[in-house]
Design a protein around this ligand. Structure first.
Ligand SMILES: Cc1cc2nc3c(=O)[nH]c(=O)nc-3n(C[C@H](O)[C@H](O)[C@H](O)COP(=O)(O)O)c2cc1C
Length: 212
């Protein structure tokens, strides 16, 4: 089959793309509004996009009526936020945070998360998340009247004990069980891994760069 996106409505482009560009990582973003309410919402149009500076990107669309989502509103206001990564233990509560809560109600509290103060930003992080990335707003790009790219610079990383080996800085996958998003309410775990052996040169190169 072939699809010409120039002739298709955005909803159909979305449907096709999100079901094949999978699994996507999930950012459970905490942010603060003007009244100090902690907002928490998941985003899977999300990825890491650089290390120097350390950059990640979220893509946030407007609500069906055209209003900004609370996360986009809060980031525009405070210019900072936290990306809490999602594992098997936090996946159900992350999914529940996607309901359209009123702006004056904290999703984090409503679904049973505990929040902890951050170090470099005002927005708190989620204690139950295995890893949290404190971010300052780097740049915002309006890709249409309905969708914004939010580029964040990571300034601080928190992790649960055991996620990283403190000597090697390598992640310990026996202590880290992130989930990825397929589409709608479908998710995958990261338990079924394999090692590719076709390019020892690549391994040597990243080792020599201190990246392994
Ligand atoms: C796993 C998951 C991923 C999502 N990814 C996105 C996304 O990338 N962009 C977006 O605009 N909405 C996304 N949503 C929908 C938002 O989470 C939802 O609109 C939420 O209510 C926004 O909350 P807020 O108004 O508190 O910011 C996603 C929902 C789920 C469950």
């Amino acid at each position: 089959m072939e699809f010409d996106f120039s002739t298709m409505p955005p909803s159909q482009c979305y449907k096709l793309l999100v079901s094949v560009v999978v699994p996507r990582p999930i950012a459970l973003v905490t942010s603060l509004n003007e009244a100090g309410v902690v907002n928490a919402a998941p985003f899977s149009f999300f990825n890491l996009m650089g290390d120097d500076p350390p950059i990640l990107i979220l893509s946030i669309e407007r609500k069906p009526g055209g209003a900004a989502k609370d996360t986009a509103h809060n980031i525009a206001l405070q210019r900072e936020f936290v990306v809490n990564l999602v594992d098997e233990a936090t996946a159900e509560r992350m999914h529940a945070c996607s309901r359209d809560f009123p702006s004056d109600e904290s999703e984090a509290t409503a679904v049973g998360f505990t929040t902890l103060p951050s170090r470099a930003v005002a927005a708190p992080r989620i204690a139950e998340s295995p890893v949290a990335l404190e971010c300052k707003l780097y740049q915002t790009i309006d890709i249409s009247p309905l969708r914004q790219l939010i580029i964040g610079q990571v300034v601080w990383l928190h992790s649960h004990e055991g996620v990283f080996d403190p000597e090697t800085l390598r992640v310990n996958m026996d202590h880290y069980f992130p989930v990825g998003r397929l589409y709608a309410d479908r998710y995958v775990t990261t338990r079924d891994q394999f090692v590719a052996e076709g390019s020892p040169e690549y391994l040597a190169a990243i080792r020599s760069q201190g990246r392994l």
